[in-house]
Structures are given as structure tokens and as C-alpha cells.
Design a protein around this ligand. Structure first.
Ligand SMILES: [Zn+2]
Length: 370
């Protein structure tokens, strides 16, 4: 949902600043090594192989072997893990243009979002790459941080009495996010022609074919084919678990990076009146978590290194741990606030406290009269 604004304002950040220029120079030097660049891509391709293997292997076993209840649940878990890996480690990199050098091949690999995950990669590239990545945590511009009036994620959003319980009821809502996009949320945004304050052009030619074809492929493997093998209620239950599980992991990962106590929130007016450059804005509105957890880093496609991802979305995520050292050093030198939560527990705790605080803020203060 978006904050209604009569006239969308064109928003740009003040240019210049040594902070990001220095980081970019160091990262360019790091990536200039052919060996380093190749190694990063090879790691990315190996990971994709595992993701596709898990997804295809689990689905084929479910459909052709029919492994019984326990085996079926294990396959469903494999299917969910495969989908999460495709979402974080394949389509995300590809739709940012980080997977291949060619734009066309990136779009083709990004189409795994349509065909394997059920949402439009065309709509994603506008919602995620433009609205979220350019205007991170800017009220009315970043659609990812806007669930008004149901929940309040930023201090500038209007407060309602039900927000007092938002730290409890947001969790089931997070698990519906992907389902909403799979069942037409992406098409609705395209029909409306905008996401937050970013314009969405209607897809044409290959983009339109990709959208329609992707929906058909997804419905065929996720719903139609299973209906030939299992009763409708088993397919329905399996689909709901698959969609809600993957959605909860996806939404939580994004929220822990931007919707926490340590992240900055701002408005379009503050961006234009202030002198904070885009690079500094991205670092101060974003938080890393569990940087030393190798398993989590591998599974989340480096999205626990969201600061580095926001500064270098077109660089394969396998390079983020090394880039983080450069960013951290430079942030300390330039006095830019750089936050890395040490554990998943700390990140989740910060998100919960942020939701609680915003749920209470703006409520009338009860004064006890003696
Ligand atoms: Zn991204």
C-alpha cells in the first residue's frame, strides 16, 4: 500500500561526497582482479545449481514418486528451501543485473521469479530496484516500508490505536506478502501504473509475454500438475504452506535490514533540504546482521549484508563479505553510522522493539489526576 500524495515529487539526493567515491574506488580495485571476479561468479553459479536442483528434485519426487506423508513433507521443505534460494541467490542478483554481463541474459535468468516463484520480474525490477533501492526508507517513496494504515513502520506515518498490537499481528501479514504478489498484486500495481511514487509503465512485447508466460508456467507446475496426482485439499494445503513459509522468510529478511531501531527514516522534504549524499543515506537507513554466520550468508544471498547490497546492487552478492570490510573502514573514517547486528536474535529483538515503540508513539498520554 502507498501513502497517497496528490502530486508525486521528483526526488534527488545531493551529489558528491568523498565517502562513496572512496568506497567505489576501493571496490573497483578489488574487482579489477580477474581471478576475484571469476571466483565470485563461479560461486554464484554453483549456488544456482543447488537451488534449481533442490527445487526440481523435490517437485519431481512429489509428482512422480509420491513418497507418502513423511517423505512428502520433506519434499515440501526441499521445495521451500529451493524457492528461497532461487529468490535470494538467483532472481535477485539477475534482476539487479549482477548475474551476467548481458542485460538480456539477466532478464532471462530474472524470469525465474515469474516461472518458479509466481511473481512478475518486470514489476519487481520497478518496485524493488527503483522504488526501494533508490528511495530507501523515504516515506511515500519506498513501498517496502509502507503497510499503512494496517501497520506503522516509520515515525512520519499516521498513528492508529490498533498499531499497539502491530508487533504481534505483522507476522501473519509477512507470511501473506508473496501470496499477495502471486495472486495478482503485481498485475494490480501494473494496472495502477505506479508503485509508491515511482511510475510503472505497462509491459510490452517480450516483457508482456514474460509476464503472461511466467504466470502460466507457475500455475502449471505449482497447481495444475499436482492436481493430477493429489486430492485438491492436499494441493491447497501444500501451496499455502509453501507460499506462507517462503514469504515469512523473505519479508523478515527485508524488514531486519530496514525496519529496526538503528535504521534512519526520512521524508522527501528532509532529503531535499538536507545535505546527505545518496551513499551516506543508504548506509544510515540500512543495517547488516549476522555478518559472521557463514550458513546464513550463503542462504540469504548475502542479504544479511544489505548495506553492501544497497551500495553495489550490480555486483554479485558473493563479494559482499569482502566489500563490507571496505565500507566499514570508510564509514569509521568519515563518521558515517554503520550498524551490523551481531546475531539473528539481536536483529529480531530490534525489529520487535521498533514496532512496539511506533505502535505506542502518537497515542494520547494518560494523565492521572490526584
Ligand atoms: Zn536488492
Amino acid at each position: 500500500m502507498t501513502t497517497p500524495q496528490a502530486t508525486p515529487q521528483k526526488l534527488s539526493f545531493p551529489k558528491g561526497g568523498d565517502f562513496f567515491a572512496e568506497i567505489r574506488h576501493e571496490v573497483d580495485l578489488y574487482l579489477a582482479s580477474r581471478r576475484t571476479a571469476t571466483l565470485g561468479r563461479v560461486q554464484l553459479y554453483v549456488k544456482s545449481f543447488v537451488a534449481f536442483g533442490l527445487l526440481i528434485g523435490s517437485w519431481s519426487t512429489l509428482i512422480f514418486v509420491r513418497p507418502g506423508v513423511v517423505g512428502g513433507l520433506l519434499c515440501l521443505a526441499g521445495l521451500m528451501l529451493g524457492a528461497i534460494l532461487v529468490g535470494f541467490c538467483v532472481q535477485h542478483d539477475a534482476n539487479h543485473g549482477a548475474y551476467f554481463r548481458s542485460r538480456r541474459l539477466n532478464h532471462l535468468m530474472g524470469w525465474t521469479a515469474d516461472s518458479l516463484l509466481g511473481f512478475s520480474s518486470y514489476a519487481w525490477r520497478i518496485k524493488h530496484n527503483v522504488a526501494h533501492h533508490t528511495y530507501t526508507n523515504v516515506d511515500g517513496y519506498d513501498d517496502d516500508i509502507d503497510l499503512t494504515p494496517i501497520a506503522r513502520f516509520m515515525p512520519t506515518q499516521r498513528s492508529h490505536w490498533w498499531h499497539r498490537l502491530q508487533h504481534i499481528y505483522v507476522w501473519p501479514l509477512y507470511s501473506l506478502m508473496v501470496l499477495r504478489w502471486q495472486t495478482g498484486g503485481d498485475v494490480t500495481a501494473l494496472i495502477k501504473g505506479r508503485v509508491a511514487n515511482t511510475r510503472m509503465r505497462a509491459p510490452r512485447q517480450w516483457d508482456l509475454l514474460g509476464l503472461i508466460g511466467g504466470k502460466l508456467v507457475f500455475i502449471s507446475w505449482a497447481i495444475v500438475a499436482p492436481l493430477f496426482v493429489y486430492p485438491w485439499w492436499v494441493v491447497l494445503a501444500g501451496y499455502i504452506v509453501f507460499s506462507m513459509g517462503t514469504s515469512l522468510v523473505t519479508a523478515t529478511t527485508f524488514q531486519l535490514a530496514h525496519c529496526v531501531e538503528e535504521a534512519d527514516f526520512t521524508t522527501a522534504e528532509q532529503v531535499q533540504e538536507g545535505d546527505r549524499s545518496w551513499g551516506v543515506h543508504e548506509v544510515e537507513t540500512t543495517v547488516d546482521f549476522c555478518p559472521r554466520n557463514v550458513v546464513l550468508t550463503w542462504m540469504l544471498g548475502g542479504l544479511n549484508y544489505q548495506i553492501e547490497h544497497h551500495l553495489f546492487p550490480r555486483v554479485p552478492h558473493t563479494h559482499y563479505p569482502r566489500i563490507a570490510e571496505i565500507v566499514r573502514r570508510s564509514a569509521a573514517k568519515h563518521g558515517v553510522r554503520y550498524t551490523a547486528q551481531p546475531s539473528l536474535r539481536a536483529a529480531l529483538g530490534s525489529h520487535q522493539r521498533h514496532l512496539r515503540t511506533l505502535g505506542r508513539m502518537g497515542r494520547p498520554v494518560e494523565i492521572e489526576m490526584g
